[in-house]
Design a protein around this ligand. Sequence first.
Ligand SMILES: Nc1ncnc2c1ncn2[C@@H]1O[C@H](COP(=O)(O)OP(=O)(O)O)[C@@H](O)[C@H]1O
Ligand SMILES: [Mg+2]
Length: 1043
Amino acid sequence: MAEHESLEFGKADFVLLDNVSLEEFMTNLKLRFEKGRIYTYIGEVVVSVNPYRAMNIYGRDMVEQYKGRELYERPPHLFAIADAAYKAMKRRNKDTCIVISGESGAGKTEASKYIMQYIAAITNPNQRAEVESRRLNLFYRPALHRVKNMLLKSNCVLEAFGNAKTSRNDNSSRFGKYMDINFDFKGDPIGGHINNYLLEKSRVIFQQEGERSFHSFYQLLKGAPDSLLRSIHIKKDATAYNYIKVGGLIKSSINDGADFKAVADAMKVIGFTGDEIQTVYKILATILHLGNLTFGVDGDVTLIENTKLVAVFSDLLSTKDENVEKAMLYRTVATGRDVIEKQHTMQEASYGRDALAKAMYERLFCWIVGRINDIIEVKNYDARVHGKNTVIGVLDIYGFEIFQNNSFEQFCINYCNEKLQQLFIQLVLKQEQEEYQREGIPWKHIDYFNNQIIVDLVEQQHKGIFSVLDEACMNVGKVTDEVFLQGLNGKLAKHAHYTSRKLSPTDKSLEFDRDFRIRHYAGDVVYSVVGFIDKNKDTLFQDFKRLLYNSSNPVLKGMWPEGKLRINEVTKRPLTAATLFKNSMIMLVENLACKVSSLDDKPFVLNTHEPLHFKITCLRVSAQSFEWGSEKNMFRTLLCALHQAQRVKSPLLFEQERCRHQVEYLGLLENVRVRRAGFAYRQTYPRFLQSDTLQHVLTRPLCPSSRYKMISEFTWPNHDLPSDKEAVKKLMQGCDSTTTRPTAKPSLEEQRVEMVQRIVLFLQKVWRGTIARMRYRRMRAALVILRAYRRYKVKSYIREVNRRFKNVRSMKDHGRHVKWWAWTLIKGLSPEETLQVRAKVASLEALKGHRADLGLQRAWEGNYLKRDSPDIASSFTLVSSELQRKDKFMRVLFSCNVRKINRFHKAEDRAVLLTDRHLYKMDPLKQYKPMKSIPLYNVTGVSVSPGKDQLVVFHTKDSRDLVVCLQGMVPANESRIGELVGTLLSHFKSEKRKLQVNITSPIQCSMNGRKCTVIVEPKINQSQPDFTKSRSALIHFLCVTSI
Ligand SMILES: Nc1ncnc2c1ncn2[C@@H]1O[C@H](COP(=O)(O)OP(=O)(O)O)[C@@H](O)[C@H]1O
Ligand SMILES: [Mg+2]
């Protein structure tokens, strides 16, 4: 939750001042500074005061505190701004930028480094960087994410070559830098690009007292190993080199030795090759030696005095002595078709030497930036595959400067600051006020100083200082700086912000024919015109370019592609330094403004002629109400660094006057006023309510649209109010607007976060329900399909049966070929016949393939005793009726005379009668008197042999098997075993009982518990079957039958 500073630290936001006056502003700033609070907000702008001491406020714990938080949740901090920019970029999927302004030494570069560190630390948490260290070069850890590593390390190299100690700042950036960090759709850094602006190259050959040249020279001398220094002919003594000796004497806390190693290491890690690094050192050495090169005259001839250096140059530049000498002393001039070599005067030679030194250093610096860009640029990124790639830009450019002697460079730097101030004014003060007025919102105009007039003074076409300078440079013949000054005096005599001694003769602070003064927004600066023309023309004799292009060192050659041109090739007049700088500044400001506008529709609203469509949604910012929605943070992520304590750079001293001056000229107080009276949050109505679908919101969480409509029932999912404005009003009714403390009221953003959670839950619920319903429907469908399929199968079976058997009645074989004849035949049978067919089928099933003659061809009569012995049929019938009466059987299944064997091995003639209840054994000799009856439920099975014989064994439960052989058949040899087995089986089946049928030989049986084996032995001439006892010990009986 929000964590706030207590009031002892003053107001964390100048907007909350009781009275907006400079006094209160300064009192609050001072109080906070003295309490160690160097950051204070003006709305979303951070004002920082350079503490000039290490502050323990950039550690990991701080990163954690600010990560993902809203601006107002924590005390003011740089990290809050960095987080706001990052969040804004992710939320809206648009580019953002952080502009850091302030005078030289105010802490801009340090701030930009902390911002980079913070972004590195919060992105891709698995590979987070440590941010405790203030020195970037402690970041060299191989485990770090490649891109982040490169971005951070590139800083170290750029600072070595682009920064220098000035009277205001030991590590002053002498170039402007705008760095884009590219992020993929997940918000992870994937690359970057650095734009560098105007390097102060005059510093290479000259520094004011108390200042140094670029760090790289001192680092080389202090940190390079002896062997390296020997190879480039350099001594360890800075005072031995004219170009850097002034700075070499200065004592400072800079550790050049350690920095050299860090830079060398960084170059290696970034990906500079060994040859490239060597060439860098050679160029530095060449420049140092150039400073010591002196010329003399002998009569008309200009000479190199210290000729030993020529060999050094040719070695360092990988070229020939004579080429070096010639380039130093002559220039090749094309006159028409002729090419002549013109000797330099001593002055020209010296000028050429210095120009060469400056140009080589500038080229080197740009080449380094280019190499870094090659390495860090986003590669193989396809937006269609990887999603949109967005950018956070960080601008750290030279601050406003006033030196003892201000020249062309200071003029450019201060113009650049005017441009940035103009951007600031445009965004914070001008457009906003104009917009309120146009929108008809009651508004009391807040006055501010608009520096557009100064910007115009410098850059306006035809009249501006740059134009006058360019005109002067274009003049043929001898053009002097004085001529340029005269031009200025002529064109700008009436300008309120321009003056010179000629225009104000009494002003002794200006030198005649040398100085002019500009009243900048940040103060008056006197510029000396000396060198303006040269610096603007920025000429380097073509001979030098050819010299370097023809070097056998490919790295050096690559830096000078124009050296390829032949001397008589006509080229377009190159743009002057001022024009180049002006163009780059205009482009930069446009780029920043477009990032700004892409984050908010505001400029769009301003430019449209139909503003009615684009009303502003807002919460009023006043002493009573304040909404801290952070929608605008991203383009206001602007940092005003305040420089203080210039002279002593003391951490304890708060230089009231200096700070007051900066607060005044930066227009901070006006900013506070506009912030208080204006709206902290605004957006066009349609944008605010964009009617996207729910899916849209969820599937494209980065989508900037429909951010807040879910927080009100009136607007979610779509409003049906007469206008967007009404809908927005409804939406805002939920937000109490009368609280005094900005943080007391939950912001739209917080409400949204809460609602998003609820929506997510709701969606999960709906989605789960949907899934369950879908599954249920699938199951139901499967069931229906299953049923339909079954029905279809049955139907199609019946249809098939129908089709196949349709005409069986009329078929010759009664459909036998379609296996239908049986039913047709059976259909017409009497019940007796049906029984017989069943018995035959049973017999067929049991015996087919095992026994030969099943007697299927004949009618199965069953009760054969009547037929076989007609003489005694009457007595049998009598007995049979008697048994039927007594045992209540329903029908006779089978009867036949048999030969039987008993347990005493005695074979006798008997008869068997098989009814549906019993198996009777009868004595034929005694009128078929029943001798034994076995209930059928006692019969478990029958065994027959596979032969032709009529042997059958009835197995019983009580192991009293009945072994008989059918005999006395009429006709003789009629096979009845098939009938007996079939009839018995069919009967058992009708009673749903099982009957075991064995077809084996020999047959195992059990007689009164004794196991017996019966084997059939066919014999010729055996008329009747008989049983004999076997001689073999294993076989008990032989059933002798005829063959
Ligand atoms: N946040 C900070 N904490 C401690 N010292 C700082 C801080 N910001 C700046 N400084 C000090 O001020 C000096 C100048 O800062 P720098 O960022 O180089 O200024 P600018 O880029 O605005 O010219 C730094 O070298 C450092 O000593
Ligand atoms: Mg700087």
